[in-house]
Design a binder for this molecule. Sequence first.
Ligand SMILES: *Cc1c(COP(=O)(O)O)cnc(C)c1O
Length: 362
Amino acid sequence: MDQVYNFSAGPAALPKEVLTEAREELLNYRGIGFSVMEMSHRSADFAAIINEAEEDLRVLLGVPDNYKILFLQGGASLQFAMVPLNLMKKHRRADFIHTGYWTKKAYLEAQKFGEAEIIASSEDKGFTYIPDITRIAVNADTDYVYICANNTIYGTRFTAFPDVKNKPLVADMSSCLLSEELDVSRFGLIFAGAQKNIGPAGVTVVIIREDLIDDNALEGAPTMLRYKTFSESNSLYNTPPTYAIYICGKVFKWLLREGGLKRRGEINRAKARIIYDYLDESRLFKGFVSRKDRSMMNVTFGTGNKDLDEKFVLEAKKRGLTNLKGHRSVGGMRASIYNAMPIEGVKRLVDFMREFERDNYV
Ligand SMILES: *Cc1c(COP(=O)(O)O)cnc(C)c1O
């Protein structure tokens, strides 16, 4: 098939331009005679790659000078443990806003290190909305407040962030970082597994306020699980995922070339609007989540009929619209429309949905 639009939730589509550039440099990186994969992580060439990636990400997101950017391994899931290990310093307590599968995992992990408390939850309605953040009460002695900014599985997102007073706000942004502008200074720590909206699997971006990186990690915390280890070594304590970092760097440059995150936000809002507008008028398809909390990155919907949903996913695939099956815990369909999904892909999807509705709505 010539043109396939990949709606995978992750690992997800990467920009064609980035892959084409990587192909050109694959065997011989800029005349050095071998590939980035074969390069020492201590070489000057790799230093340039990782330093530029960090600098470009800093510019792209407007990361303030008092924040460190780290490139780690272990996926977003390792942060579920690293965050409490490093941040539950004073009171050994953390407050959680529970919005689904990923906050549950983070909450359970935090409980191993201290007292984790759910201070707001949307479990009562199957995580189809975001709890009212104006009504949350943060514990006075919590070490931080934890959220998942975009809930990849359900298709909800925080459109505004809670005011947690002087407590650090920690956000899992695995499926939304770089989708639009962001005020990093609102957060103590942001992390994101790269494989959704940033780059290939294997690297996790952590953006952390410097005052949170002292050596107060819980006693016995392994060296490899201390933020300090990586902030002091420029993410080069041990061998980092060099090729993944190289590709992320190319994605950052692509985003900068394409007009940065302000422009990216406009494009992503336009993309999401095309699908949601259609869902609002469709008689066959219904969106799964509360309108005010709709994700810009993961659109969940269905017909209410399991067999028809399956037929839709199968027929879509034949048209080059692939990976539309919803998460097993939610069912129906999910269209993940991260940065690398062009607006044409979204239009093609909606055209097909209209056609499918015409042929199947009775
Ligand atoms: C995918 C995802 C994760 C898990 O990422 P891994 O890198 O596989 O550990 C965590 N949180 C969110 C919001 C995700 O979308």
